[in-house]
Design a protein around this ligand. Structure first.
Ligand code: GLU
Length: 546
Protein backbone atom coordinates (compact mmCIF):
# COMPACT_ATOMS: atom_id res chain seq x y z
CA UNK A 1 0.00 0.00 0.00
CA UNK A 2 1.18 3.52 -0.79
CA UNK A 3 1.05 4.98 2.71
CA UNK A 4 2.44 8.32 1.59
CA UNK A 5 -0.42 8.74 -0.85
CA UNK A 6 -2.91 7.68 1.82
CA UNK A 7 -1.50 10.26 4.22
CA UNK A 8 -1.94 12.99 1.60
CA UNK A 9 -5.48 11.91 0.97
CA UNK A 10 -6.45 11.75 4.64
CA UNK A 11 -4.72 14.96 5.71
CA UNK A 12 -4.22 16.98 2.52
CA UNK A 13 -2.87 20.09 4.19
CA UNK A 14 0.86 20.42 4.11
CA UNK A 15 2.79 20.65 7.34
CA UNK A 16 6.38 21.56 8.05
CA UNK A 17 8.83 18.70 8.32
CA UNK A 18 8.85 17.24 11.80
CA UNK A 19 12.31 18.55 12.52
CA UNK A 20 10.81 22.02 12.40
CA UNK A 21 8.97 21.35 15.66
CA UNK A 22 12.08 20.04 17.34
CA UNK A 23 13.75 23.32 16.51
CA UNK A 24 10.79 25.49 17.30
CA UNK A 25 10.46 23.93 20.76
CA UNK A 26 14.07 23.32 21.67
CA UNK A 27 15.20 21.58 24.83
CA UNK A 28 15.00 24.00 27.71
CA UNK A 29 18.02 25.82 28.91
CA UNK A 30 17.76 24.67 32.50
CA UNK A 31 20.29 23.44 34.97
CA UNK A 32 20.99 19.76 35.32
CA UNK A 33 18.52 18.24 37.73
CA UNK A 34 15.95 21.02 37.26
CA UNK A 35 12.54 19.54 36.61
CA UNK A 36 9.87 20.73 34.21
CA UNK A 37 6.48 19.74 35.54
CA UNK A 38 2.96 20.61 34.67
CA UNK A 39 -0.65 20.52 35.60
CA UNK A 40 -2.84 19.57 32.68
CA UNK A 41 -6.47 19.83 33.68
CA UNK A 42 -9.42 19.53 31.35
CA UNK A 43 -11.61 22.62 31.45
CA UNK A 44 -14.66 20.88 32.82
CA UNK A 45 -15.34 23.47 35.49
CA UNK A 46 -14.84 20.95 38.27
CA UNK A 47 -11.52 21.40 39.94
CA UNK A 48 -10.99 19.03 42.81
CA UNK A 49 -8.76 18.07 45.66
CA UNK A 50 -7.03 15.45 43.51
CA UNK A 51 -5.94 18.24 41.15
CA UNK A 52 -4.60 20.24 44.06
CA UNK A 53 -2.89 17.18 45.47
CA UNK A 54 -0.80 16.63 42.33
CA UNK A 55 -0.46 20.35 41.66
CA UNK A 56 1.29 20.86 44.99
CA UNK A 57 3.66 17.97 44.31
CA UNK A 58 4.48 19.20 40.79
CA UNK A 59 4.88 22.77 41.94
CA UNK A 60 7.18 21.90 44.82
CA UNK A 61 9.34 19.61 42.71
CA UNK A 62 9.72 22.15 39.91
CA UNK A 63 10.54 25.07 42.11
CA UNK A 64 12.79 23.30 44.58
CA UNK A 65 14.84 21.97 41.68
CA UNK A 66 15.12 25.35 39.99
CA UNK A 67 12.85 24.18 37.18
CA UNK A 68 9.56 25.23 35.67
CA UNK A 69 5.93 24.45 36.35
CA UNK A 70 3.43 25.17 33.60
CA UNK A 71 -0.32 25.03 33.08
CA UNK A 72 -1.66 23.27 30.01
CA UNK A 73 -5.33 23.08 29.23
CA UNK A 74 -6.44 19.75 27.83
CA UNK A 75 -9.52 20.84 25.94
CA UNK A 76 -9.71 18.19 23.27
CA UNK A 77 -13.07 16.99 24.50
CA UNK A 78 -15.45 19.69 23.39
CA UNK A 79 -18.44 18.08 25.08
CA UNK A 80 -16.95 18.47 28.53
CA UNK A 81 -15.74 22.03 28.07
CA UNK A 82 -17.37 24.66 30.28
CA UNK A 83 -17.10 28.42 29.81
CA UNK A 84 -15.01 30.15 32.42
CA UNK A 85 -13.39 26.90 33.49
CA UNK A 86 -9.84 28.09 32.91
CA UNK A 87 -10.41 31.14 35.09
CA UNK A 88 -11.89 28.82 37.73
CA UNK A 89 -8.84 26.55 37.62
CA UNK A 90 -6.49 29.45 37.89
CA UNK A 91 -8.28 31.20 40.69
CA UNK A 92 -8.69 27.97 42.68
CA UNK A 93 -5.01 27.18 42.37
CA UNK A 94 -3.93 30.72 43.08
CA UNK A 95 -5.94 30.60 46.29
CA UNK A 96 -3.84 27.66 47.41
CA UNK A 97 -0.60 29.37 46.33
CA UNK A 98 0.17 27.19 43.35
CA UNK A 99 2.58 29.28 41.35
CA UNK A 100 2.88 28.58 37.64
CA UNK A 101 5.77 29.99 35.66
CA UNK A 102 4.19 29.60 32.27
CA UNK A 103 1.03 28.40 30.69
CA UNK A 104 -2.54 29.23 29.78
CA UNK A 105 -3.27 32.83 30.80
CA UNK A 106 -0.22 32.87 33.03
CA UNK A 107 2.10 35.08 31.05
CA UNK A 108 5.75 34.18 31.43
CA UNK A 109 7.88 32.61 28.76
CA UNK A 110 5.81 31.70 25.74
CA UNK A 111 8.40 29.70 23.83
CA UNK A 112 6.41 26.53 24.34
CA UNK A 113 2.96 28.00 23.72
CA UNK A 114 0.17 27.62 22.75
CA UNK A 115 -1.04 26.12 25.99
CA UNK A 116 -4.50 25.07 24.87
CA UNK A 117 -4.51 21.79 23.03
CA UNK A 118 -7.11 22.96 20.56
CA UNK A 119 -4.72 25.64 19.42
CA UNK A 120 -2.06 23.04 18.75
CA UNK A 121 -4.11 21.04 16.26
CA UNK A 122 -1.60 21.53 13.46
CA UNK A 123 1.25 20.04 15.41
CA UNK A 124 -0.75 16.92 16.20
CA UNK A 125 -1.92 16.58 12.61
CA UNK A 126 1.61 16.87 11.28
CA UNK A 127 2.62 13.93 13.45
CA UNK A 128 -0.48 11.90 12.66
CA UNK A 129 0.17 12.44 8.97
CA UNK A 130 3.70 11.19 9.44
CA UNK A 131 2.50 8.08 11.24
CA UNK A 132 0.07 7.32 8.42
CA UNK A 133 2.83 7.84 5.88
CA UNK A 134 4.95 5.36 7.81
CA UNK A 135 2.16 2.81 7.97
CA UNK A 136 1.92 3.22 11.76
CA UNK A 137 -1.61 4.59 11.75
CA UNK A 138 -4.68 3.97 9.62
CA UNK A 139 -8.18 5.27 8.99
CA UNK A 140 -11.07 3.52 10.66
CA UNK A 141 -14.59 3.86 9.25
CA UNK A 142 -16.46 1.90 11.90
CA UNK A 143 -19.59 3.61 13.10
CA UNK A 144 -20.64 4.07 16.73
CA UNK A 145 -23.19 1.28 16.28
CA UNK A 146 -20.61 -1.09 14.90
CA UNK A 147 -18.26 -0.34 17.77
CA UNK A 148 -20.94 -0.81 20.34
CA UNK A 149 -22.04 -4.14 18.89
CA UNK A 150 -18.39 -5.20 18.85
CA UNK A 151 -18.20 -4.32 22.53
CA UNK A 152 -21.31 -6.35 23.25
CA UNK A 153 -19.94 -9.34 21.39
CA UNK A 154 -16.63 -9.15 23.24
CA UNK A 155 -18.38 -8.85 26.59
CA UNK A 156 -20.48 -11.89 25.76
CA UNK A 157 -17.43 -13.85 24.72
CA UNK A 158 -15.68 -12.68 27.91
CA UNK A 159 -12.95 -11.06 25.88
CA UNK A 160 -11.17 -7.82 26.61
CA UNK A 161 -13.18 -5.08 24.97
CA UNK A 162 -11.74 -2.66 22.47
CA UNK A 163 -10.34 -2.36 19.00
CA UNK A 164 -7.39 -4.70 18.69
CA UNK A 165 -5.98 -7.74 16.93
CA UNK A 166 -8.61 -9.75 15.11
CA UNK A 167 -11.32 -7.25 16.12
CA UNK A 168 -9.60 -4.32 14.47
CA UNK A 169 -11.51 -4.65 11.23
CA UNK A 170 -10.28 -1.49 9.50
CA UNK A 171 -6.67 -2.33 10.26
CA UNK A 172 -6.72 -4.78 7.40
CA UNK A 173 -8.78 -2.91 4.81
CA UNK A 174 -7.30 -3.07 1.34
CA UNK A 175 -6.27 0.04 -0.49
CA UNK A 176 -9.35 -0.31 -2.66
CA UNK A 177 -11.69 -0.56 0.28
CA UNK A 178 -10.15 2.47 1.93
CA UNK A 179 -10.46 4.67 -1.15
CA UNK A 180 -13.99 3.44 -1.79
CA UNK A 181 -14.98 4.51 1.69
CA UNK A 182 -13.25 7.84 1.27
CA UNK A 183 -14.87 8.42 -2.12
CA UNK A 184 -18.23 7.66 -0.55
CA UNK A 185 -17.49 10.43 1.97
CA UNK A 186 -17.59 8.12 5.00
CA UNK A 187 -16.36 9.79 8.15
CA UNK A 188 -13.26 8.26 9.69
CA UNK A 189 -10.97 8.44 12.68
CA UNK A 190 -7.27 7.66 12.68
CA UNK A 191 -6.09 4.79 14.82
CA UNK A 192 -2.66 3.72 15.93
CA UNK A 193 -1.57 0.46 14.33
CA UNK A 194 -0.39 -1.05 17.57
CA UNK A 195 2.63 -3.29 17.43
CA UNK A 196 2.33 -4.38 21.02
CA UNK A 197 1.76 -7.84 22.31
CA UNK A 198 -0.10 -8.25 25.60
CA UNK A 199 1.81 -11.44 26.27
CA UNK A 200 4.90 -9.32 26.70
CA UNK A 201 5.59 -7.52 29.95
CA UNK A 202 7.38 -4.24 30.36
CA UNK A 203 9.07 -3.22 33.58
CA UNK A 204 8.63 0.41 34.11
CA UNK A 205 10.21 2.60 36.75
CA UNK A 206 7.67 4.83 38.39
CA UNK A 207 9.14 7.64 40.46
CA UNK A 208 6.62 7.08 43.23
CA UNK A 209 5.63 3.45 43.01
CA UNK A 210 9.03 2.05 42.09
CA UNK A 211 9.38 -0.69 39.49
CA UNK A 212 6.07 -1.84 38.16
CA UNK A 213 5.28 -4.36 35.50
CA UNK A 214 2.69 -3.67 32.85
CA UNK A 215 1.74 -5.55 29.73
CA UNK A 216 2.28 -4.06 26.30
CA UNK A 217 -0.56 -2.22 24.67
CA UNK A 218 -2.27 -3.88 21.76
CA UNK A 219 -5.24 -1.56 21.40
CA UNK A 220 -5.43 0.36 18.16
CA UNK A 221 -6.43 3.49 20.05
CA UNK A 222 -7.93 6.46 18.26
CA UNK A 223 -5.33 9.18 17.91
CA UNK A 224 -7.27 11.64 15.75
CA UNK A 225 -11.03 11.96 16.00
CA UNK A 226 -13.30 12.51 13.01
CA UNK A 227 -13.20 16.27 13.59
CA UNK A 228 -9.41 16.04 13.26
CA UNK A 229 -8.87 16.84 16.91
CA UNK A 230 -6.59 14.38 18.68
CA UNK A 231 -7.49 12.30 21.68
CA UNK A 232 -5.99 13.05 25.07
CA UNK A 233 -3.52 10.17 24.79
CA UNK A 234 -1.99 11.41 21.60
CA UNK A 235 -2.06 15.11 22.39
CA UNK A 236 -0.45 14.71 25.78
CA UNK A 237 2.45 12.69 24.35
CA UNK A 238 3.18 15.38 21.78
CA UNK A 239 2.80 18.14 24.36
CA UNK A 240 4.86 16.59 27.11
CA UNK A 241 7.59 16.13 24.55
CA UNK A 242 7.50 19.58 22.97
CA UNK A 243 6.90 21.42 26.19
CA UNK A 244 9.98 19.55 27.33
CA UNK A 245 8.39 18.07 30.42
CA UNK A 246 10.85 16.05 32.45
CA UNK A 247 8.60 14.68 35.18
CA UNK A 248 4.89 13.95 35.16
CA UNK A 249 3.28 13.54 38.55
CA UNK A 250 -0.32 12.58 37.98
CA UNK A 251 -3.08 10.55 39.56
CA UNK A 252 -2.75 6.78 39.63
CA UNK A 253 -5.97 6.45 37.65
CA UNK A 254 -3.71 7.07 34.62
CA UNK A 255 -1.64 3.95 35.27
CA UNK A 256 -4.10 1.90 33.27
CA UNK A 257 -3.35 4.03 30.19
CA UNK A 258 0.39 3.90 30.68
CA UNK A 259 0.97 1.07 28.16
CA UNK A 260 -0.73 3.20 25.50
CA UNK A 261 1.47 6.14 26.39
CA UNK A 262 4.62 4.04 26.32
CA UNK A 263 3.80 2.84 22.84
CA UNK A 264 2.90 6.32 21.60
CA UNK A 265 6.18 7.81 22.81
CA UNK A 266 8.03 4.97 21.22
CA UNK A 267 6.32 5.17 17.83
CA UNK A 268 6.74 8.95 17.82
CA UNK A 269 10.43 8.52 18.55
CA UNK A 270 10.29 10.70 21.67
CA UNK A 271 12.23 9.97 24.84
CA UNK A 272 9.88 9.19 27.69
CA UNK A 273 9.50 11.75 30.48
CA UNK A 274 9.72 10.28 33.96
CA UNK A 275 6.36 9.49 35.53
CA UNK A 276 5.20 9.32 39.08
CA UNK A 277 1.69 8.03 39.64
CA UNK A 278 0.35 9.52 42.81
CA UNK A 279 -1.96 7.59 45.12
CA UNK A 280 -5.61 8.54 45.20
CA UNK A 281 -7.27 10.33 48.06
CA UNK A 282 -9.35 7.83 49.98
CA UNK A 283 -12.07 8.28 52.53
CA UNK A 284 -13.02 6.01 55.40
CA UNK A 285 -16.64 5.10 54.90
CA UNK A 286 -17.78 2.84 57.71
CA UNK A 287 -15.65 -0.29 57.48
CA UNK A 288 -14.36 0.38 54.00
CA UNK A 289 -12.06 2.83 52.32
CA UNK A 290 -13.12 4.26 49.03
CA UNK A 291 -12.01 6.96 46.68
CA UNK A 292 -13.46 10.39 47.34
CA UNK A 293 -16.47 10.73 45.10
CA UNK A 294 -17.84 13.74 43.32
CA UNK A 295 -21.37 12.67 44.01
CA UNK A 296 -21.07 11.73 47.66
CA UNK A 297 -18.36 13.99 49.06
CA UNK A 298 -18.72 17.75 48.80
CA UNK A 299 -15.21 18.07 50.23
CA UNK A 300 -13.79 16.72 46.98
CA UNK A 301 -14.46 20.01 45.23
CA UNK A 302 -11.98 22.82 45.81
CA UNK A 303 -14.91 25.18 45.73
CA UNK A 304 -16.06 23.67 49.03
CA UNK A 305 -12.96 24.95 50.84
CA UNK A 306 -13.33 28.40 49.42
CA UNK A 307 -17.02 28.67 50.13
CA UNK A 308 -16.54 27.59 53.71
CA UNK A 309 -13.51 29.82 53.98
CA UNK A 310 -10.87 27.32 54.94
CA UNK A 311 -7.57 29.02 55.55
CA UNK A 312 -5.67 28.12 52.37
CA UNK A 313 -2.46 27.49 54.23
CA UNK A 314 -4.24 24.90 56.39
CA UNK A 315 -5.34 22.98 53.30
CA UNK A 316 -1.81 23.20 51.95
CA UNK A 317 -0.35 21.97 55.20
CA UNK A 318 -2.73 19.02 55.19
CA UNK A 319 -1.98 18.16 51.58
CA UNK A 320 1.74 18.26 52.34
CA UNK A 321 1.14 16.04 55.36
CA UNK A 322 -0.49 13.49 53.08
CA UNK A 323 2.07 13.88 50.30
CA UNK A 324 5.33 13.58 52.17
CA UNK A 325 5.69 11.23 55.12
CA UNK A 326 8.23 13.41 56.91
CA UNK A 327 6.39 16.69 56.53
CA UNK A 328 4.40 16.56 59.74
CA UNK A 329 7.47 16.17 61.88
CA UNK A 330 9.36 18.85 59.99
CA UNK A 331 6.45 21.23 60.43
CA UNK A 332 6.22 20.56 64.13
CA UNK A 333 9.90 21.25 64.54
CA UNK A 334 9.95 24.31 62.31
CA UNK A 335 6.80 26.27 63.06
CA UNK A 336 8.45 29.54 62.11
CA UNK A 337 9.59 28.46 58.67
CA UNK A 338 7.83 29.05 55.39
CA UNK A 339 6.21 25.97 53.88
CA UNK A 340 8.36 26.57 50.82
CA UNK A 341 11.41 25.71 52.88
CA UNK A 342 10.31 22.14 53.42
CA UNK A 343 12.58 19.83 51.40
CA UNK A 344 9.79 18.16 49.45
CA UNK A 345 10.84 14.95 47.84
CA UNK A 346 9.28 12.52 45.38
CA UNK A 347 10.95 9.73 47.29
CA UNK A 348 8.82 10.45 50.33
CA UNK A 349 5.55 10.25 48.46
CA UNK A 350 3.26 7.43 49.52
CA UNK A 351 2.78 4.44 47.25
CA UNK A 352 -0.77 3.64 48.18
CA UNK A 353 -4.03 5.37 49.10
CA UNK A 354 -3.81 8.49 51.24
CA UNK A 355 -6.60 8.65 53.77
CA UNK A 356 -8.28 12.03 53.66
CA UNK A 357 -9.92 12.96 56.92
CA UNK A 358 -11.84 16.21 57.18
CA UNK A 359 -11.54 16.18 60.98
CA UNK A 360 -7.81 16.21 60.66
CA UNK A 361 -7.97 19.14 58.28
CA UNK A 362 -10.28 20.90 60.71
CA UNK A 363 -7.75 20.44 63.50
CA UNK A 364 -4.98 21.85 61.35
CA UNK A 365 -7.22 24.72 60.39
CA UNK A 366 -7.99 25.57 64.02
CA UNK A 367 -4.34 25.54 64.79
CA UNK A 368 -3.38 27.71 61.83
CA UNK A 369 -6.09 30.27 62.45
CA UNK A 370 -5.14 30.55 66.08
CA UNK A 371 -1.74 31.85 65.06
CA UNK A 372 -2.98 34.81 63.01
CA UNK A 373 -2.64 38.40 64.15
CA UNK A 374 -5.74 40.63 64.06
CA UNK A 375 -4.46 42.25 60.86
CA UNK A 376 -3.92 38.88 59.20
CA UNK A 377 -7.32 37.71 60.31
CA UNK A 378 -8.85 40.88 58.92
CA UNK A 379 -7.20 40.28 55.55
CA UNK A 380 -8.21 36.64 55.42
CA UNK A 381 -11.84 37.34 56.33
CA UNK A 382 -12.12 40.24 53.94
CA UNK A 383 -10.92 38.17 51.03
CA UNK A 384 -13.50 35.55 51.85
CA UNK A 385 -16.32 38.04 52.38
CA UNK A 386 -15.55 39.88 49.14
CA UNK A 387 -16.28 36.70 47.29
CA UNK A 388 -18.69 34.71 49.40
CA UNK A 389 -20.06 37.04 52.07
CA UNK A 390 -23.55 38.51 52.16
CA UNK A 391 -24.00 42.23 51.50
CA UNK A 392 -24.31 42.69 55.23
CA UNK A 393 -21.06 40.84 55.92
CA UNK A 394 -19.22 42.93 53.38
CA UNK A 395 -20.09 45.97 55.50
CA UNK A 396 -18.17 44.56 58.45
CA UNK A 397 -15.00 45.77 56.81
CA UNK A 398 -15.95 49.40 56.39
CA UNK A 399 -14.56 50.43 59.78
CA UNK A 400 -11.17 48.83 60.04
CA UNK A 401 -10.39 49.80 63.62
CA UNK A 402 -13.73 48.62 64.87
CA UNK A 403 -13.30 45.22 63.26
CA UNK A 404 -9.74 44.87 64.48
CA UNK A 405 -10.88 45.48 68.04
CA UNK A 406 -13.67 42.95 67.65
CA UNK A 407 -11.36 40.31 66.25
CA UNK A 408 -8.83 40.88 68.98
CA UNK A 409 -11.50 40.39 71.61
CA UNK A 410 -13.49 37.56 70.07
CA UNK A 411 -10.48 35.52 68.99
CA UNK A 412 -8.62 36.33 72.19
CA UNK A 413 -5.71 37.60 70.14
CA UNK A 414 -2.71 38.46 72.25
CA UNK A 415 -4.44 37.22 75.37
CA UNK A 416 -4.16 34.10 77.46
CA UNK A 417 -7.39 32.68 76.18
CA UNK A 418 -6.73 32.51 72.47
CA UNK A 419 -9.62 30.74 70.79
CA UNK A 420 -8.57 27.51 69.19
CA UNK A 421 -11.88 26.24 67.91
CA UNK A 422 -12.27 28.27 64.75
CA UNK A 423 -11.93 26.44 61.47
CA UNK A 424 -13.19 28.72 58.77
CA UNK A 425 -13.90 32.27 57.72
CA UNK A 426 -17.60 31.51 57.57
CA UNK A 427 -17.58 30.42 61.19
CA UNK A 428 -15.57 33.47 62.24
CA UNK A 429 -18.01 35.78 60.53
CA UNK A 430 -20.92 34.20 62.39
CA UNK A 431 -19.04 34.58 65.60
CA UNK A 432 -18.68 38.33 65.29
CA UNK A 433 -21.97 39.09 63.60
CA UNK A 434 -23.67 40.47 66.73
CA UNK A 435 -21.33 43.44 66.72
CA UNK A 436 -23.07 44.57 63.57
CA UNK A 437 -26.63 44.07 64.68
CA UNK A 438 -28.89 41.70 66.54
CA UNK A 439 -31.79 40.46 64.52
CA UNK A 440 -32.91 37.89 67.02
CA UNK A 441 -32.21 37.33 70.67
CA UNK A 442 -31.84 34.04 72.40
CA UNK A 443 -34.90 33.29 74.55
CA UNK A 444 -32.83 31.41 77.07
CA UNK A 445 -33.28 34.00 79.80
CA UNK A 446 -33.31 32.28 83.14
CA UNK A 447 -35.59 34.92 84.65
CA UNK A 448 -39.18 35.86 83.91
CA UNK A 449 -40.04 38.66 81.57
CA UNK A 450 -40.80 41.28 84.19
CA UNK A 451 -37.58 40.59 86.09
CA UNK A 452 -35.67 40.74 82.85
CA UNK A 453 -37.06 44.19 82.17
CA UNK A 454 -36.38 45.38 85.74
CA UNK A 455 -32.77 44.27 85.40
CA UNK A 456 -32.28 46.02 82.08
CA UNK A 457 -33.88 49.27 83.25
CA UNK A 458 -31.90 49.26 86.50
CA UNK A 459 -28.68 48.74 84.58
CA UNK A 460 -29.50 51.50 82.08
CA UNK A 461 -29.95 53.95 84.94
CA UNK A 462 -26.45 53.36 86.26
CA UNK A 463 -24.50 52.54 83.09
CA UNK A 464 -21.63 54.87 82.35
CA UNK A 465 -19.34 54.17 79.43
CA UNK A 466 -16.41 55.70 81.27
CA UNK A 467 -16.49 53.11 84.04
CA UNK A 468 -13.56 50.75 84.01
CA UNK A 469 -14.22 47.08 84.17
CA UNK A 470 -14.21 46.96 87.97
CA UNK A 471 -16.53 49.91 88.41
CA UNK A 472 -18.82 48.42 85.79
CA UNK A 473 -18.96 45.12 87.58
CA UNK A 474 -19.69 46.78 90.91
CA UNK A 475 -22.69 48.38 89.28
CA UNK A 476 -23.89 45.04 87.95
CA UNK A 477 -23.64 43.76 91.51
CA UNK A 478 -25.61 46.72 92.77
CA UNK A 479 -28.37 45.92 90.31
CA UNK A 480 -28.32 42.35 91.58
CA UNK A 481 -28.61 43.39 95.19
CA UNK A 482 -31.34 45.90 94.46
CA UNK A 483 -33.52 43.30 92.78
CA UNK A 484 -33.07 40.50 95.31
CA UNK A 485 -30.22 38.60 93.62
CA UNK A 486 -27.01 37.66 95.40
CA UNK A 487 -24.25 40.12 94.49
CA UNK A 488 -21.59 37.56 95.42
CA UNK A 489 -21.62 34.05 94.05
CA UNK A 490 -20.32 32.80 97.39
CA UNK A 491 -23.39 34.09 99.22
CA UNK A 492 -25.70 32.54 96.70
CA UNK A 493 -24.03 29.16 96.94
CA UNK A 494 -24.25 29.17 100.69
CA UNK A 495 -27.90 30.03 100.79
CA UNK A 496 -29.61 29.82 97.40
CA UNK A 497 -33.15 29.98 98.76
CA UNK A 498 -32.49 33.44 100.18
CA UNK A 499 -32.18 34.95 96.71
CA UNK A 500 -33.99 35.10 93.38
CA UNK A 501 -30.73 34.12 91.78
CA UNK A 502 -27.22 35.45 91.54
CA UNK A 503 -25.20 38.12 89.81
CA UNK A 504 -24.55 35.63 87.02
CA UNK A 505 -28.24 35.79 86.08
CA UNK A 506 -27.98 39.56 85.85
CA UNK A 507 -24.93 39.29 83.61
CA UNK A 508 -26.71 36.79 81.44
CA UNK A 509 -29.73 39.03 80.90
CA UNK A 510 -27.40 41.86 79.94
CA UNK A 511 -25.44 39.59 77.66
CA UNK A 512 -28.46 38.37 75.73
CA UNK A 513 -29.81 41.91 75.49
CA UNK A 514 -26.60 43.28 74.05
CA UNK A 515 -25.30 40.39 71.96
CA UNK A 516 -28.40 38.31 71.38
CA UNK A 517 -26.45 35.28 72.60
CA UNK A 518 -26.01 33.46 75.85
CA UNK A 519 -22.27 33.23 75.25
CA UNK A 520 -19.88 36.01 74.45
CA UNK A 521 -16.47 37.26 75.42
CA UNK A 522 -16.12 39.60 78.38
CA UNK A 523 -19.24 41.75 78.36
CA UNK A 524 -17.64 44.96 79.61
CA UNK A 525 -15.20 44.81 76.66
CA UNK A 526 -18.00 44.07 74.24
CA UNK A 527 -19.85 47.17 75.46
CA UNK A 528 -16.69 49.24 75.26
CA UNK A 529 -16.12 48.24 71.66
CA UNK A 530 -19.73 48.79 70.67
CA UNK A 531 -19.89 52.14 72.39
CA UNK A 532 -22.51 53.63 74.71
CA UNK A 533 -25.05 54.57 72.05
CA UNK A 534 -25.24 51.12 70.55
CA UNK A 535 -25.19 49.41 73.95
CA UNK A 536 -28.05 51.52 75.28
CA UNK A 537 -30.03 51.18 72.09
CA UNK A 538 -29.84 47.41 72.28
CA UNK A 539 -30.77 47.28 75.93
CA UNK A 540 -33.80 49.48 75.25
CA UNK A 541 -34.77 47.23 72.37
CA UNK A 542 -34.53 44.21 74.63
CA UNK A 543 -36.73 45.90 77.23
CA UNK A 544 -39.41 46.24 74.63
CA UNK A 545 -39.22 42.82 73.07
CA UNK A 546 -40.54 39.77 74.83
N1 GLU B 1 -6.20 16.03 31.29
C1 GLU B 1 -5.92 15.00 32.23
C2 GLU B 1 -6.86 15.21 33.41
O1 GLU B 1 -7.77 15.94 33.31
C3 GLU B 1 -4.49 15.07 32.67
C4 GLU B 1 -3.80 13.75 32.76
C5 GLU B 1 -2.30 13.88 32.92
O2 GLU B 1 -1.87 14.57 33.84
O3 GLU B 1 -1.57 13.32 32.09
O4 GLU B 1 -6.72 14.65 34.46
Amino acid sequence: MDYQKLAERLLPESYPPLAYYEEKYPPRAIAKGAEVTRLAPSPTGFIHLGNLFVAIANERIAHLSGGVMYLRIEDTDEKRRVDGAVEAVKSALRYFSIRFDEGAEIGGDNTYAPWYQRQRADIYRAFVKDLIARGKAYPCFCTEEELSSLRDRQTQEKKITGYYGEYARCRNLTEDEIYKNLDAGKPFVIRLRSEGNPERKITFHDEIKGDITVTENDQDVVILKSDKIPTYHFAHAIDDHFMRTTLVIRGEEWLASLPIHLELFSVLGFPLPRYGHNCSLMKQDGETRRKLSKRKDPELSLEFYRQEGYFPRAVRVYMLTLLNSNFEEWYRKNPEKQLEEFPFSVKKMGRSGALFDLDKLNDISKNELSSLSAEEMFGFLKEWADEYGSEEQKQYFSDRDYLLKILTLVMGIGGKKRRKDIMTARQSMDLISYFFGVSERSDEYRVDDKTKRDILIAFLETYDEKDDSQAWFSKVKEVAAKLGFAAEMRDYKENPSAYKGSVSDIAEVLRIAVTGRANSPDLWTVMQIMGANETKKRIREAVETK
